[in-house]
Design a binder for this molecule. Structure first.
Ligand code: G6P
Length: 372
């Protein structure tokens, strides 16, 4: 009802706006003042976690994109090999699982049948399953060895927004916790990450405060047929998520690519005035990737693309090649998806609305898919 939307035109807009709180609530009580994680709720004994030699993430849809980002964090911070697989594919390829495998099942609803069947298969093979879930007492956490709940609150719109951001937070917490339990060297970087995680809610709030030009841009592109999304490193799953949102809501052909793959095929798609959204990694840290993506922007622009560039505040190198520039706050590299995804959600929501679509209930989709 209108009352439940608290004055917003749609649940999706309301849920996008709730993201700073959802992120803060998911962190609440889980990191203490000294930067130590306390995740006692994760009822897998530290001794078992120390023996884990492989992490496998299974999920569907938007939750799968959170999993793709989790891989970067888990491998970088813990040095444990991590695979990410679509839950619907997982058990059909006879995956290699044993008692030292930690399976992380990510699901907003906790009822997605594909994800449930994947975790059942994993447990039959002796693997431990940790669920990351937004719905208390739902089937996936009940059938898992442990659960880390996301505190996004109920998500009503079919296209996931605040649940996704909190899934990312939970994935970072799991990665940091695994590192902590296993005594992985906590360098300065980890300290920075924990501190920046604590400030990330404010960063999301700042992004939300600057979205008017993004909405205007989205309306101006409502007649287009195709939008492409490019990213690298953790920006690649962000590009995939931006494209998924546009498919779900605007019913447009939208595709996400790893920017390094452009030259191996997708660049053939570039034509005059084709909108291409590029998620640019921070110029600090992994600056090699930054320079490469700036070259990609130049290449596609030279071929006529209309470039929509999502870049960190203070990144001046992109300015000459951006037809539209969207600024996001500086964050540690691995945390950038928490701020970079937000403009893509707003973009898809506004573009879909401009096309006359019902954003909360897109055609042919269900909030939770309880059949395989
Ligand atoms: C459905 C929804 C998607 C969601 C996916 C996984 O397809 O339409 O928005 O990402 O299920 O849902 P889950 O509840 O498992 O996160």
């Amino acid at each position: 009802s209108a009352a439940e939307k608290c004055g917003y035109a749609s649940f999706m807009l309301k849920e996008i706006a709730e993201q700073p709180k959802a992120v803060a609530d998911t962190l609440l009580g889980r990191i203490d003042g000294s930067g130590t994680l306390s995740l006692d709720e994760v009822r897998i004994p530290p001794g078992v976690l120390r023996e884990v030699d492989k992490v496998v993430v299974v999920a569907c849809g938007t939750a799968f994109h959170a999993g793709l980002i989790a891989k970067y964090a888990i491998e970088h911070w813990t040095r444990i090999p991590c695979e990410v697989e679509l839950a619907s594919e997982f058990r059909y390829r006879d995956p290699i699982l044993d008692q030292q495998t930690l399976v992380v099942a990510i699901s907003q609803s906790g009822e997605t049948m594909d994800t449930l069947m994947a975790l059942r298969h994993a447990r039959e093979q002796g693997a431990r399953v940790l669920a990351i879930c937004n719905t208390n007492g739902s089937t996936i956490p009940r059938e898992s060895d442990a659960v880390l709940y996301t505190h996004a609150g109920p998500e009503v719109a079919v296209a996931s927004t605040k649940a996704f951001l909190t899934q990312l937070v939970a994935c970072y917490l799991v990665a940091l916790y695994l590192g902590q339990v296993r005594g992985t060297k906590y360098g300065d970087e980890i300290g920075d990450v924990v501190r920046d995680l604590s400030g990330i809610s404010g960063a999301v709030e700042r992004v939300l405060g600057t979205m008017d030009p993004v909405r205007e841009l989205a309306r101006s592109l409502a007649h287009k047929n195709t939008v492409l999304f490019l990213g690298r490193h953790v920006g690649h799953p962000v590009a995939l998520e931006g494209a998924l949102k546009l498919k779900e809501l605007a019913y447009m052909h939208a595709e996400g690519f790893a920017a390094g793959e452009l030259k191996h095929g997708p660049i053939a798609l570039i034509e005059e005035d084709l909108p291409v959204v590029v998620v640019v990694p921070s110029p600090r840290g992994r600056s090699v990737l930054h320079d490469k993506i700036v070259s990609n922007i130049q290449e596609i622009r030279a071929r006529g693309a209309r470039t929509i560039v999502i870049a960190e505040e203070g990144d001046e190198a992109v300015v000459p090649y951006a037809d539209h520039l969207v600024r996001i706050p500086a964050t540690p590299t691995l945390l950038q998806p928490l701020v970079a995804t937000v403009p893509l959600q707003v973009f898809a929501c506004e573009l879909a609305t401009a096309r006359g679509n019902e954003v909360d209930q897109p055609r042919n989709l269900a909030k939770s898919v309880t059949v395989e």
